[in-house]
Design a protein around this ligand. Sequence first.
Ligand code: C2E
Ligand code: CA
Ligand code: CA
Length: 679
Amino acid sequence: MTTILAPTRILIVDDNAAIHDDFRKVLATSKADQLADDEQFLFGESQRTTESHEFEIDSAFQGEEGLAKVRAAARSGRPYTMAFIDVRMPPGWDGIETISRIWDEYPTLQIVICTAYSDYSWHEICERLPHRQNLLILKKPFDAIEVMQLAYALTEKARLATEVAQHVACLEQRIQERTLELQRSNQELKSQVAQREQAESHLQHLAFHDTLTGLANRQCLQHNLQESIELAHSNPSEKFAVMFVDLDRFKSINDGLGHEVGDELLKVFSSRIEKTLRMDDLMNSTGAETLAGRLGGDEFVIILKKLRESIDAIHVAERLLRILDRPYEIQGQTIHVSPSVGVVNFDPRYQHSSEMLRDADTAMYEAKLKGGDSFVVFEPSMQAAIQVRLSMEHDLRQAIIAGQFWLAYQPIWSVQDLSLQGVEALIRWSHPEKGMIRPDLFIPIAEQTKLIVPIGEWVLRESCAQFGKWKRAGLPQFPKYISVNLSRVQLMQPGLIDIVKSTLEESQMQGSELQFEVTESMIMEDPQQACKVISQLKSLGVRLAIDDFGTGHSSLACLHEFQLDVLKIDRSFVKQMNEGTANPALLNAIVRLAENLGLECVAEGVEEREQLQQLGVIGCPRVQGYLLGKPKSNADFVNEYLLAPHLSASTVAANVECTTPSGSLVFDANLAPSPSLRV
Ligand code: C2E
Ligand code: CA
Ligand code: CA
């Protein structure tokens, strides 16, 4: 099969016009068919698909003209495939010069140099021309076949060269594209790697930092602390300390003001810790290092490394406490909150971070027991105390389940006529192995562990149930109210009002028949919350007494804002009165002030007749104490006081003459005991 292609352009450069005609004759007359035959003849490939060429012949008669034509043909987009160039072309450039100039610009042009025997040798030509692979020599005189052969061969060569060049260009383009593609995927890979690294470092940060405050987290602290312990073991001069910081009353802030405020407070609190440590002159001047972290909740830990002296930790704790004590402005509210800090210095007996954290926690706990807002340095003896507390906590839980608690009742009397006015319910714990355990030993632990909530609820329900039974039994003597001690934890407990309401209903009591005793410190710890709870309690009609008054350093006028009914003057005042150390003017003043504020005064802990007498003189209206009745079991209380009016009071105080501002009063000693009755 033969394909006719666009004519192949051939340039003849020769000064002799006749030569041009000869070329034309040989080349321009070749027709497709004939060419095909010639080709077959020339290449001997009968099976091959042949491409038939038609030659378009151009002429130039001088070298310069030849170059100009080559240029023009290239510019027109139809370049010459080959050129026949004569060697000798006077007066202009000779063939070698012409070829050299043409190749300067078109190095791929196939050229046949036409030369006579006497012209340049091949060697000379080679020396002068660079692209010898594109050069053939045609010796004069020409042979037509030879010319045809050259024309065909070079045309085919040019075609193949073009094909190869195109193929190479195509390959180059593909390589370039592939390279670009690779570069792109490389770039993508790089950015993926960068993203992954970023994600990894973010995860790493998350793994070691607290999300809320940005401080180190538990894992980071433990890791860091363990490293410090190991370093200190290998280098005995290394001193470091751990501080355990816990916010006092954080739970009531969280419950009362909401978690958002709580979280915000923790954030501000932690940034204040960080700032304080960063600005600490002592730490900075000694080259000490610090790491602050949050264990969780409101528990923070600070590691003080490279300390010069162990005592430095105490100085830092003091400063920290001072700064953390300052009020916090959170969402437009001013919040007062203090920390409790436990400090432990490294000691070679510590092997593991958990041991140091445990002891720092123990010291912090001691600070809390001291009332908070302070720091305590760990001492080994504290561990034993913790053990005692832990075992007590365990026993308390058992006691609740096994019903080991019971109530004792202590009467409250009128000084004027020694009539029974009220009764205070006091909890008792009969431990199966340890016997009776005093409430001042277990109540604080019940408060710390929140077990006081179920215990306190039991006390309230049990005492009211008992009061209801006495009431319904129609006894000869009967207290006007029952007084129940309320713990600070109960006061802050959200469900308290509902419990009180249902208890009053169940025991068919009037609100005024129930009195709660709270201490000054309980109120002053969180006056806002206390005020809220107290006014809710007051709306139920219950009486409210301030217990242990005089031990809390608060002003009476201030306390009066809390709608109180009763003031119980602490036992220590009464005790000192007897020893002559108390200032009777002070006691007198308290009684007068209470009188003016409409509060009923009860003097606690009256053990001796003289005390009772003096209280009568001062005009204290109510008394409570061993002299007139110790706390008794229900059965004893009923028998001794409720079944026999004035019996106990008259027995113990038979001959006490008590002068009151309203006159003289002698106790009735002639009342006979009544038969006992179980109520
Ligand atoms: P408190 O509320 O001040 O109770 C009075 C305490 O003084 C009682 O001690 C009582 O037995 C004792 N006492 C009464 N008269 C005299 C006296 O003339 N001389 C002396 N030396 N002491 C007298 P108790 O029962 O050991 O209770 C101690 C504390 O335990 C109570 O002090 C109260 O704070 C707390 N407590 C007792 N029962 C409860 C309760 O049910 N709930 C709560 N939250 N606390 C309770
Ligand atoms: Ca009390
Ligand atoms: Ca008291």
